[in-house]
Ligand binder design. Structure first.
Ligand SMILES: *Cc1c(COP(=O)(O)O)cnc(C)c1O
Length: 369
């Protein structure tokens, strides 16, 4: 075991929670605040405005919730999918499947168009489904973290527009670092979290939605996850329930940091550069990416585990060199590992990660011979 102090120097290459910048960490350790005092109302207002400003679409606003990204997805579905009619879910990974599971638990009628997890969304099947019957909402994942694929929402949006079905998006691992054309794609709402591409701390999540959608009578089968209730309070400078105060402070700071850096496009460029260092470095060592060139988003690359190399061994080798890597899920568990580049990382961290892989490979070759 490394001494506990060394945990401070670990670099997280998992897709959130991320390595925090010093200023976000300082915000997390800020003053104790009552959630009903004006200073906290200021923090909430800053965070809500910062979230809405990331993509700057007029007519959209942010609602903040205590909880993880899944809480935001669940609140979005429960509040905005009408109880009558049917939703169409497009799934090509764990998070698309989770949307269907949540709708099931909410008793909402839905149909799921699935494709293999290593494949793109099946847009032909979506088009056929939309011709066959009316759907009240289409729900999809933007960046499918299962494989790192960036789904083509622009193409999906075209189909939704022709069918007159508003789009709800799980943008939990893309919000802040990928193009998200809320208005142009007819997105009614998208769900996100503080602790992925926004570089905040875990504990707070959010939905950015059309104000008009939040003003409709809510269909939520939940009190706690009713976006309309949260929004009514937040719009008047209040909160529905006790929020995770330090996580909100960290989010507000992280959003300021993002804006000062130049916004989502600058962050995407930084991620692309970081991912490029990993992809090139690992390719040199003989690792193969799971997805073809150009299919992945900026923030994460899935690599095939080389034959005879179990994930745990690779994890341990990297961990002892200061890096946390991430396994595949379910059917991909024994087959891939994933490297995310979100968080306060610099070039040296990524080059160091490649060097750590190089050492790990050399060590395992030496052991095998
Ligand atoms: C991480 C993630 C989630 C779930 O987030 P939690 O914070 O673990 O609840 C949902 N969707 C996508 C695409 C994700 O990457």
């Amino acid at each position: 075991m490394r001494p506990a102090d060394d945990l401070r120097g670990l670099r997280l290459l998992n897709p959130g929670p991320v390595t925090l910048s010093d200023r976000v960490r300082a915000a997390l350790a800020g003053p104790d605040l009552c959630h009903r005092q004006p200073e906290f109302a200021d923090l909430m207002a800053r965070a809500r405005a910062g979230l809405a400003a990331v993509y700057g679409a007029p007519g959209y606003e942010a609602v903040i919730l205590g909880g993880s990204g899944t809480a935001a997805v669940e609140a979005m579905l429960g509040t905005l999918v009408p109880p009558e009619g049917r939703a169409l879910v497009v799934a090509n990974g764990v998070y698309g499947e989770r949307i269907a599971t949540i709708l099931e638990s909410q008793g909402r009628a839905h149909r799921t168009v699935r494709s293999e997890w290593v494949e793109p969304m099946d847009l032909d099947a979506v088009a056929r489904a939309l011709e066959e019957e009316p759907f009240t909402r289409v729900v999809a994942v933007h960046h499918e973290t299962t494989t790192g694929r960036l789904n083509d929402l622009s193409a999906l949006a075209g189909l939704c527009r022709s069918a007159g079905a508003p789009l709800l998006v799980d943008a939990v691992s893309s919000f802040g670092a990928e193009r998200l054309d809320l208005e142009g794609w007819g997105v009614e709402a998208c769900a996100g979290t503080a602790n992925k591409c926004l570089h905040g701390a875990p504990g707070v999540a959010f939905v950015v939605a059309r104000s008009t959608a939040l003003e409709r009578p809510s269909a939520a089968p939940s009190f706690y996850l009713d976006l309309a209730r949260h929004r009514a309070e937040q719009a008047r400078g209040s909160v529905l329930v006790t929020p995770p105060v330090p996580a909100v402070a960290a989010l507000a700071e992280a959003l300021d940091e993002l804006a000062e850096e130049g916004g989502w496009e600058v962050r995407r460029s930084a991620y692309r550069e970081r991912s490029g260092i990993l992809r090139e470095g690992l390719a040199r060592l003989g690792f193969r990416p799971l997805l073809p060139d150009g299919a992945s988003g900026s923030s994460l690359t899935a690599f095939e585990l080389p034959a005879g190399v179990p994930f745990d061994g690779l994890y341990g080798a990297l961990r002892s060199r200061g890096y946390v890597i991430y396994p595949g899920q379910r059917g991909l568990a024994g087959r891939i590992f994933r490297l995310a580049v979100m968080g306060a990382l610099d070039r040296t961290d990524l080059e160091g990660a490649v060097a750590a892989f190089e050492e790990a490979v050399a060590a395992s070759r030496a052991e095998a011979s």
